[in-house]
Design a protein around this ligand. Structure first.
Ligand code: PLP
Length: 391
């Protein structure tokens, strides 16, 4: 049976060159970077090489990159870290933090947790394409606001947010701007300086690097309170012996992404457009979720009338196709996606969704196989559905 992986937003396979780059750091170069002897010197040096590679990918400076265990920790460190140095602002008129209603749980749950500590959070509305309401952002900022956190691109529907405009608004009001760029990195050319971004989260396993490693960009001069206490690694902001092989792999993945981003973008966009057109033209009552143009080059997110997303994923898996209903993190919960509800879908519509996300290794053959199998599977499921009352 042909096998097609179309769940790159969930995770990516590790590039062979990344694996090769990591191997010596499990074997010969296993030193603790904090050690004074030469084993430590070697790993300390290689961490700095990786830091430069991560920084280069987003046009940041090396000293502005902190390594973390992934996107989740980067989001937590950014939001909690800024909130906890701004505790005194709790007394001022809120909202203290402004975010969007379609953020990843790493941001949403962190904000909800901070609400329990007395911080006020405003969750911005989005339109039917998932774009945040900039007017509402403008009018929500008040004396006590110290942080805006809006994702670069949504992990479910792929909508790219107006980051440049948000950066401008934040700067005009002297409010810090954090963005979760976990899904955007490698698919959008990001320059933190041009975009007025103060803090940005990224993760290695979405760009053909290993899992369990990521980074937070923190613009020079911005103060954060660490969420982990310990030996004072990463300038005291992220204690814990560094994941050296992971960091090396992440750095290599960033270098490769930078070298081939243009080619990858063109490739994914061509496949995505073929996929979207094929699905919408060949499946009755199929709809595209997310913005028609301002969307990630690798994201195709659909909804089908009278289809239950989970059954669709399982049926596709039986035919060798790996897909998703939305984010990997929430697909185990059977609650309708908060993102789909926020763009105005009903719970029933939200349950009939399918996310296909492409990557570097997909081919036109893969797309054509999906276009052959998907209509068959949808028709079969509809035949069994009481909601599909066609004769
Ligand atoms: N933010 C977004 C937008 C994501 O899509 C993900 C992962 O799916 C994360 C954060 C979490 O990243 P990690 O898996 O590295 O913790």
């Amino acid at each position: 049976m042909k096998r097609v992986y179309m769940d790159y937003a969930s995770t990516t396979p590790v590039d062979e060159r990344v694996v090769e780059a990591m191997l010596p750091y499990f074997r010969e170069y296993f030193g603790n970077p904090s050690s004074l002897h030469s084993y430590g010197t070697k790993t300390r040096e290689v961490i700095e090489v990786s830091r430069k590679r991560v920084a280069d990918l987003i046009s940041a400076e090396e000293n502005e990159i902190l390594f973390t265990s992934g996107g989740t920790e980067a989001d937590n460190l950014a939001i909690r870290g800024i909130a906890h140095v701004n505790k005194d602002k709790k007394k001022l008129e809120g909202p203290h933090i402004i975010t969007s209603s379609i953020e990843h749980p790493a941001v949403l749950e962190t904000c909800k947790d901070l609400e329990k500590e007395g911080f006020e959070v405003k969750y911005l509305d989005v339109n039917r394409y998932g774009v945040v309401d900039l007017k509402q952002l403008q009018t929500s900022i008040s004396e006590g606001t110290f942080l805006i956190s809006v994702m670069f691109a949504n992990n479910e529907i792929g909508t790219i947010e107006p980051i440049e405009e948000i950066g401008k608004i934040a700067r005009e009001h002297n409010v810090l701007f954090h963005t979760d760029a976990v899904q955007a990195i490698g698919k959008v050319d990001i320059d933190v300086k041009k975009l007025n971004i103060d803090l940005l989260s990224i993760s290695s396993h979405k760009i053909y690097g290993p899992k369990g490693v990521g980074a937070l960009f923190v613009r020079e001069g911005i103060k954060l309170k660490p969420i982990l206490t310990g030996g004072g690694h990463e300038k005291g902001l992220r204690s814990g012996t560094e994941n050296v092989p992971g960091i090396v792999g992440f750095g290599e993945a960033c270098k490769i992404v930078k070298e081939r981003m243009e080619r990858d973008i063109e490739h994914m966009q061509k496949l995505r457009d073929r996929l979207i057109e094929g699905v919408l033209n060949n499946i009755e009552e199929s709809y595209l979720n997310g913005h028609p143009e301002k969307r990630l080059v690798n994201n195709a997110h659909f909804r089908f009338t009278a289809i239950e997303g989970e059954s669709l994923i399982l049926s596709l898996d039986e035919r060798g196709i790996a897909a998703s209903t939305g984010s990997a993190c929430s697909s185990k919960k059977l609650k309708p996606s908060h993102v789909l509800l926020a763009i105005g879908l009903s719970p029933v519509e939200a349950h009939g969704s399918l996310r296909l996300t492409l990557g570097r290794y997909n081919t036109q053959d893969d797309v054509d196989y999906v276009l052959e199998v998907l209509p068959e599977v949808v028709n079969k499921l509809r035949e069994m559905s009481p909601l599909w009352n066609r004769s």
